[in-house]
Design a protein around this ligand. Sequence first.
Ligand code: MG
Length: 274
Amino acid sequence: MTSPDRALLIDLDGVLYQENKMIPGAVDTLHWIEAQHIEHLFITNTSSKSRLALLEKFQQIGFDTEIDRIITPIVATSEWLQQKAIRSAALFVKVEASTDFSALDILPAESEGPVDAVVVGDLGEAWDYQTLNRAFRLLMQDPQPVLVALGMTRYWQSGGGLSLDVAPFIKALEYAADCQAEVMGKPSTSFYQSALALLGYPAHRVTMIGDDIAGDVEGAQRAGIQALLVKTGKFRERDLASSIKPDGLLDSIADLPDWWEAQKNTASNRSEVN
Ligand SMILES: [Mg+2]
């Protein structure tokens, strides 16, 4: 098997599918990526589901992959903590999301430590004073554990109306315990660095493709990764007036094979001239 010199990071929602429907041409592009042996990972900000649950969702709407190719903030956090040689963590995440933390020593619920990391995700209605206060007390240990935020979303639209997401709880903990959370999720550089470590490629040999000018394009570029913007999903024409400039603009992921081949030709012409 030949190993092409570039690898891909692919956003999910808005790039491969939209409202539970595949974007036309997306499946063909995924087959092309596999046929070309291009190393790739799927990178999403979802932190309320395990990657097994995500994989099952993908399969239902028409595409299949290997579970290890799906990078969520939870998977990246687990990788990042291992890179930092942090072994023990207290989890404030939904039970269905906790299975992806199997590489860590998880502090039993109710225990007040000691622990090396406090990981806070979307706990929804499971938050109460005692739970938040336990996270605070853990953060007041000496030495202070690292606080990890699974994304920094302020609120979301639930069936019953607007609802608090992760960020307000992180802000409360940062303020009370006088610390700064490490944010895992796009556009955080740490998140992209974890994805690069899992991919096994340096930033300058990776291309990110996404529909979010900030999370996907700006976040990837800040980590030194080339970034393509697709005109599907949350893309709006006004994104093009932004100070953030994508390295390429595609009508959809269906155009990726042509763009990729054109880049390869440009690169080989350049090396012939030199
Ligand atoms: Mg997206």
